[in-house]
Ligand binder design. Structure first.
Ligand code: MLT
Ligand code: ZN
Length: 480
């Protein structure tokens, strides 16, 4: 039995029936129902550019009540709802399915993109609790700006901060660069407001950090990828800011050594906030695409970027800890410009790889102790599956999360994806670490989670969304 990553460029879009179009216009106002192909275009392809589908309309509600009205109308009118935030997804979960979901008679259902970008409420910071309530369409960058000077920060940060929305970050249970210190998005959530497939509202706001009143819906909706509910508002716990930062880039022999050094630095440095990995090919690509100077005179196989944050300047602590690990070379930056330049080498990867082609992006977790073995074996497996791949492996080494990016195979050629994900399962990892399953990895989900887990997940989906209104085709390729 072969397990495939499903990628299809076939597109079939069913039109909206007139009564549904009228109901959507009545719900949000005609100017927020976009049916023109040119206006829909940027909503129909995700950030990977590998996934694309035709929407019958893009609908832009401005309030929770409007979201509920849209979801209800779509459910009654037989349309599928594809919730979308900043559309920075990389697994096809935030854009319409290339092959539209079918109704009971086998006819394609229209797909409606539910853009959440107008839900931009920024609540006042609760200084006593260290929490804030925001609308689902607020970008991470806008929230960071809102919190500046408040004495608090968001626990999550990531390169797509200026586009990614907090609602989407809940839906995908986003990770990013500070997980080793603060955990993933699910762990920041205190309360939530969401619209169910029926149009009913569930609300637990403000919510409580300690809340043992039965099933935790915020935790369940985090990572449900828009298949169980549409998050409209959320309350996040905040973390104290660490205003003084220092960043170091270590040249290392291999990925295994990077993981070992990251663990050693974590033990020595209470201030450690990030531990990121990239390879020399990736760094060269970033330097060519974005410009900048190479940090070392010589080339090295792999690089480990670490950051410390503290109330007082942590540069000396960082330098001392680094001298205790036997890196090939190291540079440390305590000043803003130097820190930015080092971070740009890591954060420039997504854009630089995208500029060089349409990558196969495999976001995976492996047990941290096996990162070295994985990095070697996965390159061999990719080369066995494709004659001349360009391979860039980077990611959050402190969390055991690597992003395997491969240029060369056609977008529809799944051999490389199969080889990478097969190896992940063999090593006891997870086929998605932070980007989600989307439509890209639905077959692999079964193999990763096993039948009992899948049966439980399908029962939850059937219970909350019996009509398969919300993001059909994501997580499960067929109706639950
Ligand atoms: C990253 O860590 O840079 C993001 O997950 C995006 C990517 O994988 O390219
Ligand atoms: Zn990442």
């Amino acid at each position: 039995l072969r397990h495939h990553v499903r990628v299809s460029h076939e597109t079939d879009g069913a039109a909206l029936p007139d009564p549904l179009l009228a109901a959507l216009r009545a719900a949000v106002g005609p100017s927020h129902v976009l049916t023109d192909a040119d206006l829909r275009a940027t909503y129909e392809t995700d950030w990977s550019r590998r996934f694309h589908g035709v929407a019958a309309a893009v609908v832009r509600p401005g309030t929770m009540d409007e979201v509920a009205a849209v979801v209800r109308a779509c459910g009654q009118g037989g349309a599928a709802v594809v919730p979308q935030g900043g559309n920075t997804g990389l697994v096809g979960g935030s854009v319409p399915r290339a092959a539209a979901p079918r109704d009971g008679r086998g006819a394609p259902r229209p797909q409606v993109i539910l853009s959440m970008l107008r839900l931009r409420e920024l609540g006042a910071v609760d200084q006593v609790a260290g929490e804030v309530t925001v609308g689902a369409g607020v970008t991470l960058g806008a929230l960071q700006a809102h919190l500046a000077g408040s004495g608090w920060e968001v626990g999550i940060d990531m390169g797509s901060r200026d586009s990614a929305t907090l609602g989407g970050m809940v839906a995908t249970n986003a990770g990013g660069i500070h997980v080793l210190r603060n955990g993933v998005m699910r762990q920041q959530l205190v309360g939530i407001e969401a619209v169910l497939a029926s149009g009913e509202i569930v609300r637990r706001l403000p919510g409580a950090v300690k809340d043992n009143t039965g099933y935790a819906l915020p935790a369940l909706f985090a990572g449900s990828e828009g298949t169980l509910a549409v998050v409209t508002r959320l309350r996040l716990r905040l973390v104290p800011p660490l205003p003084r930062r220092a960043v170091a880039l270590l040249a290392v022999d291999d990925a295994g050594q990077a993981a070992t050094f990251a663990a050693e630095l974590r033990r020595r440095l209470a201030c450690l906030t990030a531990a990121e990995l990239f390879d020399d090919d990736g760094m060269r690509l970033v330097l060519v695409h974005a410009g900048g100077e190479a940090p070392f005179r010589e080339r090295h196989p792999r690089y480990l970027l670490v950051e410390c944050g503290a109330p007082d300047d942590p540069t000396d602590q960082l330098v001392e800890a680094i001298s205790a690990v036997a890196a090939r070379d190291a540079v440390v930056a305590g000043d803003e410009g130097g820190r930015r330049r080092l971070w740009a080498l890591r954060e420039g990867h997504t854009e630089s790889v995208n500029a060089a082609g349409i990558p196969h992006k495999l976001d995976v977790s492996v047990p941290i102790g096996r990162i070295g073995a994985f990095d070697v074996a996965v390159r061999e497996a990719i080369r066995a599956a494709h004659p001349l791949p360009r391979i860039f492996i980077y990611g959050h080494v402190g969390d055991g999360n690597l992003h395997v990016n491969v240029l060369g195979p056609d977008p529809d050629d799944e051999a490389v994806d199969d080889a990478v994900l097969g190896l992940v399962i063999e090593l006891g990892g997870a086929v998605s670490a932070e980007h989600g399953i989307g439509v890209a990895k639905t077959a692999w989900l079964v193999r990763d989670r096993g039948e009992a887990d899948i049966a439980a997940m399908r029962a939850i989906k059937r219970g909350l969304d019996p009509g398969d209104v919300l993001n059909p085709g994501v997580l499960f390729s067929d109706p639950a």
